[in-house]
Design a protein around this ligand. Structure first.
Ligand code: ADP
Ligand code: ASP
Ligand code: MG
Length: 593
């Protein structure tokens, strides 16, 4: 018998009418012959209200008690949803996370799922009941109530779909599907018919709050088809399917996102030797701050400047940890800017098309938007801008790539694939456990690249655009791009190109630098790029720690870094590539799966 998971977000269960409407959808699915598991969020803004209540009582409420408090929101919803279903003449049973047997670790307010017991759910389903599961919560080994982090009901839903081997996982929300960017910020945004897991993972972590990014990790790993749709649609309009393929094959960019509230931290005058980065990252991981947009500029006299961004809400905690690191390292000073936003473009097509970065930078320059930092990965480019220009920056890049227009060449999906034959539930559960802990797919060495660096890039719009336009005009494929924010208003801009193109790249870049009055341009004709791939790489702060630990113990200095949801890349000396690879393989041996 087919099984369907339907998740209803806060707005979709905000009042009695909406709860009844959701109940009717579930009953209809059951009447169509499916077994139905509903996952519900707290009603409306109830979770926010509980957070506010806690803040009125304590500046620093114990995390365990926060979870005890916040989990009540979902408990109300499941009970009333079950009542609604009974009222409509069907049978339902409400279950808390603990009753379902969603076991998590004990990291309160951001717990990770370790296992889910399907036996009780199966029994109820076989008895013809609709299961109403409380989203966002679980229990740890000591039976303490835990929560998965804000927005975590999506993760509950997709995880249940995975372990129950559901045929479909429908996410009912207050928009028609996944848009090219948040339609409430940019009314021009277009609903996509499809989006790939990889793109959605990046978009979700870059600010597209429509899905909890960890839910997409489950979707990818267990091949769960996720269908995001509007709960208010009576006609059951199709929404967006998040699956393995992108919407279109001819597009470099699929979506754009804005992370409004970011903060930049820079450590100036860091001794440029193995281990500096490792210490900084380890101290941040200790306080569970995930680091983003990390940039290292090698400056004069063997002193480096390391900058990175964190969510503004993590700034205070991060600063304390960084001050500690700076003191230990004997760095000169720590500066920060709490008023920045990050605009990003995402697209699977980017990995194979050149001339994407320069278009993005040109679009920003055309609107007089200064780029304070740049980082890239295979399928995304992020630029840090002042917060007051954030929205304008989003509009500029969305327009530049014509995301409001439907793609002309849609991916041919052929026949809808039958659900992939599933391994047994025990196997899925064991992989599930491993996944939320950490799985690394592989560690890789790329020794085909060279590095070009322009020093003293002035802090004004248009420089990156000019550089990458000139490089693209030479048809040189740029891989990593990293630009830091100089504390003195001057930055370094580094990028990697294939070794056989480095001479041309240096010449072109030199010409541009001269014209724009920056430079000198230096280069390294041979570098090595070491990459660690996996899922949820960035949110597991432990990955960076292990990686930099291993490299520093092997005496290897990291020259450039970039991170994404799926990988961390570091540039090291070409002669250290093989040693570095071996060190990383050893460091991750237990989690390479
Ligand atoms: P729910 O309560 O149903 O989980 P959320 O508020 O968490 O709903 O997510 C839906 C919201 O996500 C939308 O109202 C929209 O403003 C926002 N959003 C952000 N980025 C996107 C995007 N790319 N596509 C669709 N919605 C988005
Ligand atoms: N109610 C929780 C929140 O508001 C979980 C969720 O809605 O996904 O964050
Ligand atoms: Mg949500």
């Amino acid at each position: 018998m087919s099984l369907i998971v339907q998740k209803f977000g806060g707005t979709s269960v905000a009042d009695a009418e909406k709860i009844k409407a959701a109940a009717r959808k579930a009953i209809r699915a059951q009447q169509e012959g499916h077994q139905v598991v509903m996952v519900v969020s707290a009603m409306g803004k109830q979770t926010d209200a509980l957070v506010t209540l806690a803040a009125e009582i304590s500046d620093n409420p114990p995390a365990r008690e926060m979870d005890m408090l916040l989990s009540t929101g979902e408990q109300v919803s499941v009970a009333v949803m079950a009542m609604a279903i009974h009222e409509l003449g069907s049978e339902a049973v409400s279950l808390t996370g603990g009753q379902i047997g969603i076991k998590t670790d004990s990291s309160h307010t951001k717990a990770r799922i370790q296992s889910i017991d399907t036996e009780r759910m199966k029994r109820h389903l076989d008895a013809g009941k609709i299961i109403i599961a409380a989203g966002f919560q679980g229990i740890d080994d000591d039976l303490n109530i835990t929560t998965l982090g804000r927005g975590g009901s999506d993760t509950t839903a997709v995880a249940l779909a995975a372990v129950l081997q559901a045929d479909a996982c429908e996410i009912y929300t207050d928009v028609d599907g996944v848009y090219t960017t948040d339609p409430r910020i940019l009314p021009d945004a277009r609903k996509m018919d499809r989006v790939s897991h990889d793109e959605m993972l990046e978009l979700a972590s870059l600010g597209a709050g429509v899905m909890h990014s960890r839910s997409i990790e489950f979707g990818k790993k267990f091949d769960v088809p996720i269908h995001v749709r509007n709960s208010a649609s009576f006609s059951d309009e199709p929404g967006t399917v998040i699956g393995s393929l992108p919407e279109a094959m001819d597009r470099a960019v699929s979506g754009a996102a804005l992370t409004k509230n970011e903060a930049r931290i820079s450590i100036v005058g860091v001794p440029d030797r193995p281990g500096s980065m490792q210490l900084i990252i380890a101290n941040l991981a200790d306080v569970q701050v995930a680091v983003d947009m990390m940039v290292q500029n090698v400056g004069a006299e063997g002193l480096a400047e390391i900058s990175f961004t964190v969510l503004e809400s993590d700034l205070e905690t991060a600063l304390k940890a960084v001050e500690r690191s700076a003191a230990e390292l004997g760095a000169d000073s720590v500066t920060h800017d709490a008023n920045v936003s990050k605009v990003s473009i995402v697209g699977l097509g980017m990995a194979t098309q050149s001339g994407v970065a320069d278009r993005m930078f040109r679009a920003l320059a055309a609107d007089e938007i200064n780029i304070q930092a740049i980082t890239t990965s295979q399928i995304k480019i992020s630029a840090l801008v002042s917060r007051e220009q954030g929205l304008e920056a989003l509009r500029a890049v969305h327009g530049e790539f014509e995301l409001e227009k439907a793609p002309s060449q849609r991916t041919d999906f052929g026949e809808a694939p039958a659900r992939v034959p599933q391994s047994n539930a025990v196997d899925i559960v064991s992989r599930l456990q491993k996944m939320e802990e950490l799985t690394i797919e592989k560690v890789e060495l790329d020794d085909s690249q060279a590095r070009v660096t322009i020093a003293h890039v002035p802090d004004k719009p248009g420089i990156a655009a000019a550089v990458f336009e000139a490089v693209a005009a030479e048809e040189i494929m740029v891989d990593m791009i990293v630009q830091g924010t100089g504390h003195d208003g001057q930055a370094n801009l580094s990028f990697t190109v294939p070794r056989d193109a480095v001479a041309a790249a240096v010449k072109t870049t030199g010409d541009v630098a001269q014209r724009l009055g920056c430079g000198p341009v230096t280069h390294d004709p041979r570098i090595a790029i070491l990459s660690v791939f996996g899922i949820g790489i960035r949110t597991h702060t432990g990955v960076g720690v292990r990686m930099f630990n291993a490299l520093s113990q092997a005496g290897i200095n990291v020259e450039m870094i970039n991170t994404s949801e799926m990988r961390v890349n570091v540039v090291v000396d070409a002669d250290k590539g093989k040693t570095g690879l071996a060190a990383l393989e050893e460091a991750f041996a237990d989690v390479i799966g």
